[in-house]
Design a protein around this ligand. Structure first.
Ligand code: NI
Length: 188
């Protein structure tokens, strides 16, 4: 299983690379890695497993964060409905590409965090409010999905990792907490 020891941290050069497209048909190695990344997220959100293995809770992880410079990522966003066992959004995205997006921007009220960043990096991280993303799944099947709100933000954060971009690169260094014109704040 993947643990925090496998997660590389800021300063590691792999986090600044443009990751390579995953070749199809998918190799056993790629499939295993993708499954392990998704399992890591599920484990990290399970209080017992997370405590036992000292996992920091995460909702998304990209292959470069475990030092594999390939274009694949996993997202597991739990439901906000506590009654529900179904996650709000859970997927493995291989070779994901944002093919269109809203002009409207959004952001999280408390900024973003990252499993590869062991410090607070406060500031507004502008994201597209809605995106259409194309990707292939573990079976090699093509998908085209519209995402909005929190899942859209998480997917944009993870796709940034495939392009060597860290969330804090998007924070205005002059005025980190200022809301850009016209942006909305998720949940408000
Ligand atoms: Ni991250």
């Amino acid at each position: 299983m993947i643990t925090m020891e496998d997660v590389i941290r800021e300063g590691h050069p792999t986090l600044r690379l443009t990751a390579e497209e995953v070749e199809t048909p998918l190799s056993e190695e790629v499939i295993q890695l993708a499954e392990d990344l998704l399992q890591f997220l599920k484990n990290s959100q399970d209080p017992e497993i997370a405590e036992q293995h000292a996992l920091r809770a995460g909702v998304g992880i990209a292959a470069p964060q475990v030092n594999v410079s390939k274009r694949l990522l996993a997202v597991h966003v739990p439901s906000t409905d506590e009654e529900s066992d179904e996650p709000e959004y859970s997927a493995i995205l291989i070779n994901p590409k944002i093919v269109s997006h809203s002009v409207q921007q959004t952001c999280l009220p408390d900024g973003e965090g990252c499993l590869s960043v062991d410090r607070e990096a406060p500031g507004i991280v502008p994201r597209h409010k809605r995106i259409t993303v194309e990707y292939i799944d573990l079976n090699g099947k093509k998908h085209k999905e519209r995402l909005r709100g929190y899942p859209a933000i998480v997917v944009q954060h993870e796709i940034d990792h495939l392009n060597g971009v860290m969330f804090y690169d998007r924070i205005d260094p002059e005025n980190p907490l200022a809301l850009p014109d016209g942006i909305d704040v998720l949940g408000s």
